[in-house]
Write a protein that binds this ligand. Structure first.
Ligand SMILES: O=C(O)c1cc(C(=O)O)c2c(n1)C(=O)C(=O)c1cc(C(=O)O)[nH]c1-2
Length: 247
């Protein structure tokens, strides 16, 4: 490839196609998710995932508040603030955090215990915190770009809605409303996030930067599941090999 080719920006369509192409690395392909979708998770493995993912759920609105704090554009802020309401719940509505706690209860977990975050694995904390800190320190357009893994999320939510009632009949159906709710919310979010990204990252170097941001976010999601795999599949939680350690 000549230097000139390396400098030429991708067309809008090509840029979007490349961003979408990163879906090949989405956590839908992680062994933990595969196992979950194939119906092979034990109740403890499902519960471990629900407990740890709760930390992601409560951190997302904080991430989005950081995006708002870095955004000088009132029009963009007006659209973005909806993401916080989706999770925290607007007046008289059940938000995502509450819906996740309902999922936890439907899985037989104690809501107070889940909400305490006491059982969240350190690796999951580090990964999620890296995402929040990224939004804190980046421009709001970079943070918008990092949310684009949601391009791939409706498929994973739909898989759960379709597969779980058969595979995991012990989970009360009412617990699945979080996934139902996210189907439309994620589609609306990515429409905005994608528009911001395609408009903002226009030189070839900027477009490649956007690709690396989306890769970072894929790393966050993948790493969360790696930590869960070690703890709940390999049965090797942190410090399992320390003879003197008790937690
Ligand atoms: O269940 C999932 O696999 C999944 C993935 C993602 C994602 O791709 O980041 C999100 C969600 N769920 C989700 O429910 C959610 O609210 C959400 C917000 C964001 C974000 O980056 O702002 N990602 C996701």
């Amino acid at each position: 490839m000549s230097t000139r080719d390396e400098m030429t920006p991708w067309s809008r369509d090509e840029f979007e196609a490349r961003l979408r192409g990163l879906g090949a690395r989405y956590h839908i392909h992680h062994p933990y998710h595969r196992m979950m979708h194939e119906g092979h998770c034990t109740p403890e493995q499902i519960r471990g995932w629900v407990i740890n993912r709760y930390y992601y759920q409560v951190s997302i609105p904080i991430k989005d508040a950081n995006v708002l704090a870095n955004c000088p554009d009132p029009e963009a802020r007006r659209l973005w603030v909806q993401r916080i309401l989706d999770h925290d719940g607007a007046e008289g509505e059940v938000g995502g955090i509450e819906a996740w706690l309902a999922l936890a209860e439907a899985c037989g977990l104690d809501r107070e215990r889940v909400a305490s975050l006491d059982d969240v694995l350190p690796g999951v904390r580090f990964a999620v915190d890296a995402y929040v800190n990224f939004a804190r320190r980046s421009t709001w357009q970079e943070a918008a770009c990092s949310s684009l893994t949601e391009l791939f999320a409706p498929e994973i939510h739909q898989q759960r809605l379709t597969g779980w009632p058969d595979h995991y009949p012990w989970i009360d159906d009412s617990g699945l409303s979080y996934f139902r709710k996210r189907l439309s919310e994620a589609r609306r979010d990515v429409e905005h996030g994608l528009r911001v990204t395609l408009d903002h990252f226009t030189t070839r170097a900027e477009q490649e930067h956007a690709m690396s941001i989306l890769q970072f976010k894929l790393d966050v999601l993948w790493t969360m599941l790696d930590a869960m795999w070690m703890a709940y599949v390999e049965d090797r939680p942190p410090y399992h090999s320390c003879p003197e350690a008790s937690r």
